[in-house]
Structures are given as structure tokens and as C-alpha cells.
Design a protein around this ligand. Structure first.
Ligand code: BGC
Length: 658
């Protein structure tokens, strides 16, 4: 039986990672995530040594796959990795919205779109939890920058919170994650760890969440205040928490009932975690193969003048740049997994995939103190002039995209830009491979090069999958889950620099493509964009309504002799809204495989609630009569088909309009 003193103890973790069980001796371990299992073997003076594990592609990369089944499979694999290590819960996924390309943790998040991020998060959680391991949805909420993240308040109006920043959580919660982690930042002036509105009113009441709520690491200032707001367990252990709880009790600020409520959530977690069958810990499928397949699904072809795929007739291929040899596979911080195997170099991958051409690698720059510095440019340029195609690898580094700091620019390091520009003077077939977790500005070289391939942060098998795409063994099918602006100045948030006090979310609901499309700002590469080697044609759109459900049928044809994939994107435009709404919003998507010359009809279902907006005066979702367009798009800026439907609800459900 739990003594009261023991109950108070259980409201804080044991050490950094463990949840105390009912009998005080049994502990349950939670680990980072989410890009694989980051099992900490040893901690000293703030430094941690992790056990190597499968390093899967980052969530930003998975967002670009638009493949829910794949993300679920990754979740399952991570669940199996956890079971092997007797880990009860993985600390992920994060479904925060990418509001600015500068956010240091964008590589840990799926998308700028709430629906896409939510669906991906849901799939990840379902996969992990199918293996009897808990997932922890994070960071709740409005954590969209790293700048002074413990202090700077995200000032967001209610409609924006509901439609943009809370929506992905609402969707992902359908998978019933075992835990939800609060964010560091205050929201509208109140710390996320003490925010009763967010934790109790929204999460518990509106979203009916009855699992465990935990703090982010070090986000709790006062344990009694955080308990009152709804935090069941504070991480990591802190000597002062017990005293703070006792003090809160003694002055009746917190009640025994509040403690019992949290203990009930912890017990519930413990019951689930205790049921894990630790027998038969063999993986049920090949995790390394999955890493590779995921890469093939998520690489985005941004530009191609026909140089790709590399033909076996192209006589000489030159690989340039240390990243092709030793690729960045993730950003930095708590999500960085130490890979089981050193990521493979592109040269050996291409050779393994039977590239028959003459092929050579030159380093051209080397990484020193996290920065690229030229290392034999001249050799690279000489060889470029006598090659048929040049592939150059560049990107961001862990010191740029990482937890705790934001980027200052979306431009690549001058050394990289310079190298690309010089190579393109010597060769007209330069293919740029970008390793990064968020948008970069390619304006300096986009017109000089033949092709740009976004390899992202693809995990330990990134170059294995990349090789298949470069050689045309796989047609690229990744689509951007984040808009790429022409330049940073085009982003709404450009002028917002941190001031340590507040960040006003004055862009309201107009985040990402909602901002660009509604303000007619052309992006470099829009949300949902990605080229492929196959040519698809959309033949027809038809809509049937049945009991308030709209069945949308889209016929897609593969006009080429190569197998490939297409991402069918369905957006809704509110034509007659009484409040301002974005030009269009993503409501459904489907990734389909098309055999050579195959035609497929995709069916997507949408419901009436997909047409609602969060009414700022009514403080609830509102379905307003009027005309809507169902738009099938190639990307957020390119409409293929549009068909009008009219919604006409019960007279008294509507507010009068003149
Ligand atoms: C991060 C969390 C992470 C935790 C544990 C925090 O700094 O914000 O995402 O799970 O550390 O490492």
C-alpha cells in the first residue's frame, strides 16, 4: 500500500529518467527519442553517454514522406528497440508547428500544417504503443522557437491556438498516448507547466485526455503550482520538490484529492507498463531495412533539368564534399541518437547499386569545429571540368539546427555557396544534395545548377536511400511538409526577434502556406511540393454526398513506364466565410503507388466538421453555411481541380448575415 509520503515522492521522477512504481522498488524508464532510442548509459557533469541504436530519419524527414503507414512502422520499430532495453516509454513524438524556418528544433517536428503534423504524430504513437511501449506527445503547447525558451511567452489568441497550435495535439491524441509532456515556454504569460487553461481545461476537459501528464525536463519551478495545474510527474528529480509539495499542502493550496488524481494517472501508466511481455524480444522485422525504405520515401526532388536519374551512359561522375562521405543525419540536442553503424558514404552506396560509370570522390571542404573550411577546392574544380555530372553535398550542421538555439539565417554557409557556384562554372550538370532539417535559401545558386535534392536528416541509412533515388531505382516521392520561402525576409516572423519577454503571434492563423497563399507571396518551393521521375496526370474529380459525408474521388494516371508514387492533396477553400480564413487548408491526403501506366481512383472522405472554423466570439467550432471549394492540388500553390459544394445547415444553427 502506498504511504502518503511515498505518494508525494512518486510525483517526481527517480533520477533523470525513471517513474517510480507502486512499491517504490520498481521503476519504469522513459527515454528520448524520438528519432530512435537514446538510452543514456552514463551521466556526469551534464554530459551523457548514450548507447548506440538505430538512428531513423528525423521527424522533419518523416513529415516529407506523407506516408502514414511508414511512420507507424517506424513507431513499431522504435517500440521494439525500447522493449529490448526494458524502456517503458519513448519521449516523442513532437507535433509542434514550424512557425518559422529559424526554429532550432524544426527537424524534430513534422510540419507547418496542423493536420499533417497531427496525422503523423498519431501514426507514430499507434506504432510505438502497438508494441506495448508508451509514447509521450510533446511539447504542449505553442513551443515554436528555442530562443530563451524557459522565459519568452508565446502570446497567442484563442482561435489561433485552437486552429493551429493545439490542433495537431488534438489529432494525435486520438491514438491515446500514454503521456503528454508540457512545453518549457509560458503561453499567454503563464508557464506551460503551471498552465491550468492548457492542461486542465483544454487537455483534460476539451480533449478528454486521461493519461499521464509530465513536465519537460526542468520546466517545473514550483512543484505544488505545477501539480495544481495538472502535471502528474515532474522530471528530473529535484530535492526541493518534496518540500514544495508539503508546503503547498500545509497551506491548503493543493489538496489530497489533487495528489490522488495524479497518483491515479501514474498508477494507470504503471499498470500499462507492467504488462509488457519481456519474452521474445527479437525484432519482428528488419529495422535497418526500414531506415533505408524511409529514406527512399522522404527524399524531395526540388529541381531537375533532366540530369537525374544518373544514366549509366554518363561517363564520369564526380562526388564533391565531405558530407557525401560522412553525412549529417540529425540536428543536435536531446533527440540525437548515436547510430548503430556509421552512416555509409555515397560512393560505396552508388557502387553497391551497380553504378557502372567511372566515379570519384573529392573532399573539397572539411569540417572543423563544426564549420566547413575549404580543403582542396582546386582539385574539385579541375575534376569537375572533365566530369559529366557533379554531385555536391552541403547542408546544415548540428551546431546550427539544434535544441536550445535558433538559426540566425536560412542561408547556407558561404563556403558551401561558393563551392556550388564555382563548380557550376566548370560543369553544367551540378546536382546539389542538401542535408538539413528545415528550409534553406537556395537563391544564390538555384539558377546555376541542374538539380537540387533534399536529402534532409535521413538517419543512418540516408546515403543508401539517396543512392537509389539518384540512380532512378526509386522515383522520388517526398513532398515538402514545410514551405521554402524565396528568402527569410518573406516570412512573417522575419522581423520578430526574441526579446526574452514575449513573442506576439500576430500572424494568427496565417502560418506557413496559409500566410504565403493568402498574401500572394510566391515561395521558392511551396508546401506539398516535390518532383518525381514519373509523370502523373489527374483525370477527374467527382464528389458524392451521403449523410453529411463527402466522398471525393480522384483519378490519377501514371503516364510513364516507371513505377512511382504520388501524394494526392485535398484542400478546402471557404468562399463565403464571415471571418478571415486562409485561401486553402489541407484536409486530407493519400500517398499512392502507381505501376507503369496505371490509373487509380483514390477515395478521400471529408466530414462537415472539416469545414468549420474556431469562432472567436462563440469560443467554439462553428460550421457556417455557404460555398466551399474542394480543391485537389499538386501543392499548396497549384490547384488541379476545384469543385464547389454548398453547405446549408439548420436555419437556427446559423447566425444571421446581411
Ligand atoms: C527536451 C525534451 C526532452 C527532454 C529529455 C528537454 O530538454 O525539451 O524534448 O525529451 O529534454 O531529454
Amino acid at each position: 500500500m502506498d504511504s502518503f509520503e511515498n505518494k508525494l515522492k512518486r510525483l517526481t521522477s527517480f533520477g533523470s529518467w525513471e517513474i517510480i512504481g507502486k512499491d517504490d522498488k520498481t521503476h519504469f524508464t522513459a527515454c528520448d527519442g524520438p528519432h530512435g532510442l537514446r538510452y543514456v548509459l552514463h551521466e556526469e557533469n551534464g554530459y551523457q553517454t548514450d548507447e548506440p541504436s538505430y538512428a531513423y530519419p528525423t521527424l522533419s524527414f518523416l513529415g516529407n514522406t506523407w506516408d502514414i503507414h511508414l511512420v507507424k512502422q517506424i513507431g513499431k520499430a522504435i517500440g521494439e528497440d525500447c522493449r529490448k532495453h526494458h524502456v517503458s516509454m519513448i519521449l516523442g513524438p513532437g507535433v509542434n508547428i514550424k512557425r518559422t524556418p529559424l526554429c532550432g528544433r524544426n527537424f524534430e517536428y513534422f510540419s507547418e500544417d496542423p493536420y499533417l503534423a497531427g496525422m503523423m504524430g498519431k501514426a507514430y504513437i499507434e506504432g510505438v504503443q502497438e508494441k506495448g511501449i508508451g509514447a509521450c506527445l510533446k511539447h504542449f503547447a505553442a513551443n515554436n522557437r528555442e530562443y530563451d525558451r524557459f522565459f519568452q511567452s508565446s502570446e497567442v489568441d484563442e482561435r489561433t491556438l485552437k486552429e493551429i497550435y493545439l490542433k495537431p495535439f488534438e489529432i494525435a491524441l486520438q491514438a491515446s498516448p500514454w503521456a503528454v509532456m508540457c512545453a518549457y515556454n509560458p503561453v499567454n504569460g503563464i508557464l506551460s507547466s503551471e498552465n491550468e487553461y492548457l492542461l486542465k481545461h483544454v487537455l483534460r476537459k476539451e480533449f478528454s485526455y486521461d493519461g499521464l501528464i509530465i513536465s519537460d525536463w526542468g520546466s517545473v519551478r514550483d512543484r505544488a503550482k505545477s501539480l495544481k495545474a495538472g502535471i502528474d510527474i515532474a522530471f528530473p528529480y529535484n530535492d526541493q520538490f518534496l518540500e514544495q509539495l508539503k508546503k503547498g499542502l500545509s497551506c491548503a493550496y493543493i489538496t489530497n484529492q489533487e495528489i490522488e488524481n495524479s497518483i491515479a494517472h501514474i498508477d494507470d501508466f504503471v499498470d500499462k507498463a507492467s504488462q509488457v511481455n519481456q519474452e521474445n524480444l527479437e525484432n519482428s522485422f528488419d529495422h535497418l531495412k526500414l531506415c533505408e525504405q524511409a529514406v527512399e520515401e522522404g527524399i524531395v526532388l526540388l529541381k531537375n533539368n533532366g540530369v537525374l536519374p544518373i544514366q549509366n551512359t554518363q561517363q564520369k561522375v564526380l562526388l564533391v564534399g565531405e558530407f557525401l562521405n560522412d553525412p549529417p543525419i540529425s540536428g543536435g540536442g536531446s533527440s540525437k541518437v548515436t547510430p548503430l553503424e556509421k552512416p555509409k558514404d555515397l560512393l560505396s552506396c552508388l557502387k553497391k547499386d551497380h553504378l557502372k560509370n567511372e566515379i570519384e570522390y573529392v573532399q573539397a571542404y572539411m569540417m572543423r569545429y563544426g564549420l566547413p573550411t575549404p580543403f582542396g577546392y582546386k582539385i574539385a574544380l579541375e575534376k569537375a571540368s572533365s566530369s559529366d555530372v557533379v554531385i555536391v553535398g552541403v547542408g546544415n550542421m548540428m551546431l546550427e539546427e539544434k535544441e536550445e538555439t535558433d538559426r540566425e539565417t536560412i542561408q547556407l554557409k558561404p563556403v558551401f555557396v561558393d563551392l556550388i557556384k564555382k563548380l557550376s562554372l566548370y560543369n553544367s550538370n551540378v546536382v546539389v544534395v542538401l542535408y538539413c532539417g528545415s528550409a534553406v535559401d537556395v537563391s544564390d545558386f538555384v539558377d546555376d545548377v541542374a538539380s537540387i535534392v533534399l536529402a534532409g536528416y535521413g538517419g543512418q541509412e540516408v546515403n543508401v536511400g539517396l543512392s537509389k533515388v539518384l540512380l532512378g531505382l526509386t522515383s522520388p516521392s517526398g513532398r515538402l511538409a514545410e514551405s521554402w520561402p524565396m528568402k527569410l525576409e518573406d516570412t512573417f516572423t522575419n522581423k520578430q526577434v526574441g526579446n526574452s519577454f514575449v513573442e506576439h503571434y500576430d500572424d494568427h492563423i496565417f502560418v506557413g502556406y496559409r500566410y504565403y497563399t493568402s498574401n500572394f507571396i510566391k515561395t521558392r518551393y511551396p508546401f506539398g511540393y516535390g518532383l518525381s521521375y514519373i509523370k502523373t496526370q489527374y483525370n477527374r474529380l467527382s464528389i458524392q454526398e451521403e449523410n453529411g459525408i463527402y466522398h471525393i474521388f480522384v483519378e490519377v494516371e501514371n503516364k510513364s513506364s516507371m513505377k512511382g508514387k504520388e501524394v494526392v492533396q485535398l484542400y478546402v477553400k471557404d468562399v463565403t466565410s464571415s471571418v478571415s480564413r486562409p485561401i486553402r487548408e489541407l484536409k486530407r491526403f493519400a500517398k499512392i503507388t502507381l505501376e507503369p501506366f496505371e490509373t487509380k481512383t483514390v477515395e478521400l472522405l471529408i466530414e462537415k466538421k472539416d469545414f468549420t472554423f474556431y469562432h472567436p466570439s462563440l469560443h467554439r467550432w462553428y460550421l457556417e453555411d455557404g460555398d466551399f471549394e474542394i480543391q485537389i492540388c499538386k501543392d499548396a500553390e497549384t490547384v488541379i481541380f476545384s469543385q464547389k459544394i454548398t453547405i446549408c445547415e439548420d436555419y437556427y444553427s446559423q447566425y444571421s448575415r446581411f
